[in-house]
Design a protein. Structure first.
Length: 110
């Protein structure tokens, strides 16, 4: 992991932006999510022999909005590894404007 990511514990602003990324799923992750009562047919998209979380209107199938308008993950406790690892070590894939802003402030770069 590069110093950019190692030096910052990302704060979640519940913007839902990270929930627009394509997330690959492993079989054990599908099974774990299915144990919550979701059918894989509901949330799994398959392409080129890989499984992904379905996007509905460009957003993760599991992204929800509470009564106050805050985004949250319906399967947060069972979320797949790419979600757990966000923002990850490849900032070209996992750009988050809030993450960038926090990093710059923390390191007094603006």
């Amino acid at each position: 992991m590069d110093s950019y990511h190692k030096n910052l514990k990302a704060k979640c602003y519940r913007c839902g932006k990270c929930c627009t990324f394509i997330v690959t799923l492993k079989r054990k992750e599908i099974d774990r999510i299915a144990q919550r009562g979701f059918s894989p047919k509901e949330f799994v998209a398959r392409d080129l022999d890989k499984d992904y979380i379905k996007l509905i209107n460009g957003k993760c199938f599991f992204l929800r909005v509470d009564d106050k308008g805050n985004n949250y993950c319906e399967i947060y406790e069972e979320r797949p590894n790419p979600c757990i690892m966000f923002p990850g070590s490849d900032k070209s894939i996992t750009k988050c404007e809030h993450f960038e802003e926090d990093y710059l402030k923390k390191n007094r770069l603006f």
